[in-house]
Design a binder for this molecule. Structure first.
Ligand code: HEM
Length: 386
């Protein structure tokens, strides 16, 4: 149901009402110019309203548009074009910075004018005609006021997005500093450990000595992987575009990730359509995007679950979907899923999805998330560069 239909339903605007509006038009239309005159006289008297007016020439023009507004309001048709036209008026008022309260006070000027004229000229019918008119004018108000709300919502989203982007920049700076500080000592420790390991094996091949050294090596490897993730997040890399066969790339990532799915007895289907699809991309980054999504899917499914990876290439864009039949992502997690360092997994850095998001954005792409108790589906759409 559209906004307009919902308004009509709420105020119960009937076919009879529409007939009455037509009747009211016949009585009121000769008075439209005088009502418009009164309307702008009230505006001039109020400094807060008058300040958005540029001068008499504009008011002259506005009087004519108001006559047209009164006429089309009563006559209709009250269809979606009507809604669009009314929305334009609403947006215009928001744009010029007219305070919302004036919608209501100005409408009263029209309302009382209609009331006085109808009671004077068709007293027997006035009550019924006004009943229909009040419904119409309230719908007019609802539409105009809606655009103030839509505008403030849009501003809120922009502000929130800017704040989020500032937060991410601050985190990137901090992460970059930290990662650089850690990298050199970590590399040195790794080299020393390798040296120690080799010497231990050569001198005394005793598992009591080599095992701890192996474990320490594994931990260092894990730290190095974490560090690489931090660095990938800290400096969003540049795109190195080259023409590649995306179908081949997706199939390849599928093969790399397949063993971990099989370990969980999960079925793992990769379908590519068409079988060969060329586009200019940064292959390593798309690899990382698909790999991260597939690894998340594998982690999400339970034993014997299903994972489907699909590429569908179109003329203007290609879409990669990764779908699992895991338990879905809770609402509070969905809202923060691309936030850096936000993780619900033990031992996770919380950077995987943040990196996916930034790599997709780097390709001017978008991500859609559908999730529920039957599973989760990520749909990555990337415009095709040729
Ligand atoms: C019931 C309330 C009102 C109605 C039905 C109404 C109607 C209209 C219409 C039909 C337009 C032309 C929009 C377009 O298509 O560009 C308009 C624009 C405008 N209205 Fe209103 N208006 C109302 C209240 C007010 C009030 C109280 C002011 C106070 C100053 C005002 C000032 C303006 C201005 C400055 C413009 C822009 C004119 C331009 O583009 O040059 N309106 N309004």
């Amino acid at each position: 149901m559209s906004f307009l239909e919902a308004c009509f339903a709420y105020v119960e605007l009937t076919a009879e009402d529409l007939g009455r509006l037509g009747k009211a038009h016949a009585v009121l239309s000769p008075h439209f110019p005088a009502i418009a005159e009164r309307f702008y006289a009230s505006v001039w008297k109020d400094p807060g309203a008058a300040k958005v007016l540029s001068g008499p020439a504009q008011v002259e023009r506005l009087r004519m548009t108001l006559v047209d507004w009164m006429s089309s309001g009563l006559l209709g048709p009250h269809d979606e074009r009507f809604y669009e036209k009314r929305s334009r008026i609403g947006r215009r008022h928001v744009q010029i910075g007219l305070d919302q309260q004036y919608m209501f006070t100005a409408m009263t000027v029209v309302r009382t004018a209609y009331h006085d004229i109808l009671h004077a000229e068709v007293p027997a019918e006035a009550a019924a005609l006004l009943r229909a008119i009040h419904k119409l004018l309230d719908i007019e108000l609802a539409i105009m006021v809606r655009h103030y709300q839509l505008d403030s919502e849009a501003k809120l989203v922009t502000r929130e997005r800017r704040a989020q982007s500032d937060r991410i920049t601050a985190m990137q700076t901090l992460t970059a500093g930290l990662a650089h500080e850690v990298r050199n000592p970590l590399n040195a420790a790794k080299l020393q450990l390798e040296l120690l390991d080799r010497r231990l094996r050569r001198a005394i091949d005793d598992p009591r000595l080599t095992q701890p050294s192996e474990l320490a090596s594994k931990e260092i490897e894990r730290l190095t992987q974490l560090l690489n993730d931090f660095l990938a997040f800290a400096r969003p890399p540049e795109l190195h575009l080259e023409e590649r066969d995306i179908a081949q790339l997706v199939t390849h990532v599928g093969e790399v990730e397949r063993p971990s799915a099989l370990k969980k007895n999960a079925s793992f289907d990769v379908t590519v359509e068409p079988e060969s699809y060329l586009a200019r991309i940064d292959a390593a980054k798309i690899h990382q995007v698909v790999g991260n999504l597939v690894r998340n899917a594998v982690e999400a499914v339970s034993d014997g679950g299903h994972i489907v990876v699909r590429l569908s290439g179109g003329d203007d864009a290609f879409v990669i979907t990764v779908q699992d039949d895991g338990p879905g992502i809770p609402q509070e997690v969905q809202a923060r899923i691309y936030e850096p360092f936000f993780s619900t997994k033990e031992g996770g850095t919380g950077l995987g999805m943040s990196i996916v998001h930034s790599l997709v954005a780097l390709h001017d792409g978008s991500i859609k998330l559908d999730t529920g108790p039957d599973g989760t589906r990520f749909e990555v759409t990337i415009p095709r560069r040729q």
